[in-house]
Design a binder for this molecule. Sequence first.
Ligand code: FMN
Length: 223
Amino acid sequence: MKLFHVDASAKRETSNSRALARFFIGNLRAQGVEVEVDYLDVTVDTPRHVDLEFAVATYRAESERTPAMKARLAASDALCKRLFEADAFLFAMPMYNWSMPSVFKAFIDNITRTDLTYRKNAHGQYVGQFSRQKTLFVTTRGADLRPGNPFSSMDALTPALKASFSFIGVVEPRFVDAQPLQFADQEARAAALVRAQEELVEVAAEWAAWEQARLAADVLEAA
Ligand SMILES: Cc1cc2nc3c(=O)[nH]c(=O)nc-3n(C[C@H](O)[C@H](O)[C@H](O)COP(=O)(O)O)c2cc1C
């Protein structure tokens, strides 16, 4: 399985989202999945923010783009190519101010590309192009936003991720949200991490079964 893995936490050694993403990959491997990782740390290699040149070039038909427009879109094209080549996506990030880290938003702005990662079909409907890939979001939150908690209505992260990725074709993404990891006592934080790890083990088992079925179908097709 070719896995495109993105980390987006400003923290490094002490980052929980990074650690949980590594835990998931370790678990996939432990379940017998051969995982080839294409890794991107958007805090180090931050995709360029949308600027005037990008905003104009991205909506211009490819055949009508000037060399300068093509050059402006080249890094975004390359990023999209990496996603197309993957079988699965793993996106790990903390919640910042109820939503996503701005570096991850810059990533989304670079991979949401008309006539490339979403296209209009003959009926005028938009069709996202990443329906083939399995997708897992690992998010970490300082507060507890689960239903019944005072901050539960403040989650602007999950809906934003769902909207952006469903538009480019992602179907039934999985979410493992570790919470509360900061604004709570030690016991509650430790329990949140254990819950997240248990959920990640379940998702890894699902993905392992999916990978086995996928490889078996490939063998049948080749026969
Ligand atoms: C700048 C900043 C903003 C944050 N905003 C929120 C927030 O709005 N809600 C929340 O629950 N936690 C918030 N947190 C806490 C982090 O989401 C939490 O500590 C998370 O576990 C960090 O993940 P990491 O260890 O991978 O960096 C914020 C942390 C930082 C540094």
